[in-house]
Design a protein around this ligand. Structure first.
Ligand SMILES: Nc1ncnc2c1ncn2[C@@H]1O[C@H](COP(=O)(O)OP(=O)(O)OP(=O)(O)O)[C@@H](O)[C@H]1O
Ligand SMILES: [Mg+2]
Length: 222
């Protein structure tokens, strides 16, 4: 079997000089092609862990390898973020004045991809996500479900092998949430993308291949 896509060993993360202890020696492994849920109560540390995996923050201690890179090193974090992983934020973090297409194109601009190729990729993603009719609408003028799909499009722009999704359905009604969740599931099944998603909804966690329960600074495999 090939090496896991993510390996974390004894990861520790505290805030405010140690006054807030969040991750107290977390171990985890995620294989390529899996859809894994980080499931746990609000404040348990799901976003904190996803941020470490995505190189958006660094652990205080512990070993971490993601797609063969070490997110504790700045140079590795940059390559990881630009080329190997896509991040869907809890509050989607899209630019409200930009259109769906422009938001999706942002990660490709950092790579210097030719404009024609970027535009074609945005059209392809919009089609995949059922957003073709909204491609040139501004984010502030579209619905919550459409925004979340645009955020998925942005995360997929550079064709990452790993998608980290922080409560991707948290702000959506159940029907729209199921639609967005279904899109992520299809990416795993049909495009071979590995997905790690944070959720506090047991219903969604149960539809993933595996559940990692984040609790009291530790992870329990369910
Ligand atoms: N930058 C920060 N500075 C100080 N404390 C923080 C910071 N980020 C997170 N925390 C604290 O760390 C703990 C874990 O936060 P985290 O956002 O990882 O939880 P979560 O499981 O994602 O919660 P939710 O389900 O509400 O999104 C919380 O108690 C939170 O207040
Ligand atoms: Mg969170």
């Amino acid at each position: 079997m090939s090496a896991p896509l993510i390996v974390g060993r004894a990861l520790i993360k505290n805030y405010e000089g140690g006054r807030i202890a969040v991750l107290a020696g977390v171990n985890l492994e995620v294989q390529a092609g899996e859809m894994v849920a980080l499931w746990g109560a609000s404040g348990s540390g799901k976003s904190t862990l996803l941020h470490l995996l995505g190189g958006l923050d660094v652990p205080d201690a512990g070993e971490l390898t993601v797609c063969g890179f070490d997110p504790r090193r700045e140079a590795h974090r940059q390559i990881l973020r630009r080329q190997h992983l896509g991040f869907i934020f809890q509050l989607h973090n899209l630019i409200p004045d930009f259109t769906v297409a422009e938001n999706m194109q942002v990660p490709a601009l950092a790579l210097g991809t030719p404009q024609k190729k970027i535009q074609a990729r945005a059209r392809e993603l919009a089609e995949l996500l059922g957003l073709s009719h909204r491609l040139h609408h501004r984010i502030q003028d579209i619905s919550g479900g459409e925004r979340q799909r645009a955020a998925i499009g942005r995360a997929l722009m550079n064709s990452p092998q790993l998608l980290l999704a922080d409560e991707p359905t948290g702000s959506l009604d159940e029907v729209t949430g199921d639609l967005v969740f279904g899109l992520l599931k299809n990416l795993v099944r049909n495009a071979g993308v590995t997905v790690v998603l944070a959720t506090h909804e047991r219903r969604l966690a149960e539809q993933c291949d595996r559940r990692l329960h984040v609790r009291q600074g530790q992870i329990e495999c369910l």
